[in-house]
Design a protein around this ligand. Structure first.
Ligand code: CP
Length: 319
């Protein structure tokens, strides 16, 4: 990975849409430096000793929450987790009030996952703490986009010109949006593939090609990023049956017969095995799905480290 001499200036990490190519490169460069820490017998460095991180998770999460909490601990932060089910949100307190009360305890970084698109941006305007978006509705999941890019770069160092197809529920996917912003900024050739009812109108304006034909999306692709159908976000029925979705969009051995030999199969998780992805492909030789999870830890260490630097700089600018 190329050396990177720029310094991070932002207090927050809210999305990849607003980041420059250089800022994305700096995140990946910093994550690359942190990868090795998790291979040590003592997996801890004092980089953020004395800093406090609060994880506000108002939606379920396994990978993102665990890796943010581990990342904070590996950087020697003090951490605390708050879930909707155990907080005063249940008594009617707003998220803004919750966050401002938490901030009154002098926390440095708030990591938030919420079902409302734009929630992380709104929170960042109300608090002086750094805010990291751990997924806001259908909008963005920036650390997922970064870890996906990091995983691609481990296997295919030149992203410019790489053919990446994102297949599944594009309409409801914050992972798709963050991937599209990051990949197109680095020059990848991105195709999105979904049933017409799950394809956002005017998606091509994001600089991607759109198709409803999964075989077309697979042909010549270097990377397939497979997404699950997000039934929890769907307010109506978007396709006739799960069986029909599997028949037309499910990724299986048969469908990959003509695929490139060095194809990468990615999935952000959780996987609906046998629906969007057959188990023998999820666990097969093309799959880098568990590498994505491993890399997520280093990427989240980088995000915590850089926003902490950015917050110190923005506090100096405000004086
Ligand atoms: N990829 C992802 O966001 O997974 P979790 O919902 O388990 O955090």
């Amino acid at each position: 990975m190329a050396n990177n001499n720029m310094a991070w200036q932002r207090k927050d990490l809210l999305g990849l849409e607003e980041l420059s190519k250089d800022e994305i490169e700096l995140m990946l460069y910093t994550a690359d430096k942190f990868i090795e820490i998790s291979k040590r017998p003592i997996k801890k460095v004092p980089a953020l000793r004395g800093k406090t991180v609060v994880h506000l998770f108002f939606e379920p999460s396994t990978r993102t929450r665990t890796s943010f909490e581990l990342a904070a601990k590996r950087l020697s932060c003090d951490t605390i987790g708050v879930s909707a089910s155990s907080s005063s949100i249940l008594k009617g307190e707003t998220i803004k009030d919750t966050a401002r009360n938490i901030e009154a305890m002098n926390v440095d970084i708030i990591v938030i996952r919420h079902s409302a698109s734009g929630s992380a941006h709104r929170l960042s305007e109300s608090v002086k703490a750094s805010v990291i978006n751990a997924g806001d509705g259908c909008h963005e999941h920036p650390t997922q986009g970064l870890l996906d890019l990091f995983t691609i770069r481990q296997r295919k160092p030149k992203v410019a010109g790489l053919k990446v197809s994102i297949i599944g529920d594009i309409m409801h996917s914050r992972v798709a949006r963050s991937n599209i912003w990051a990949l197109t900024k680095l020059g990848a050739d991105v195709t999105v593939c979904a049933p017409s009812t799950l394809m956002p109108p005017e998606i091509e304006k994001m600089g991607v090609r759109a198709t409803n034909n999964v075989d077309e999306a697979i042909a010549g692709a270097d990377v397939l990023n497979i997404l699950r159908i997000q039934l929890e976000r769907q307010k109506k029925v978007y396709f006739p049956s799960t069986m029909e979705y599997i028949r037309n969009f499910g990724i299986n051995k048969e469908r990959l017969k003509g695929a490139k030999k060095d194809l990468l199969i990615m999935h952000p998780g959780p996987i609906n095995r046998g629906v969007e992805l057959d188990p023998d492909i999820a666990d097969g030789p093309y799959s880098v799905i568990l590498d994505q999870v491993t890399n997520g830890l280093a990427v989240r260490m980088a995000a915590l480290y850089l926003v902490s630097q950015g917050r110190d700089k923005s506090a100096k600018r405000d004086k």
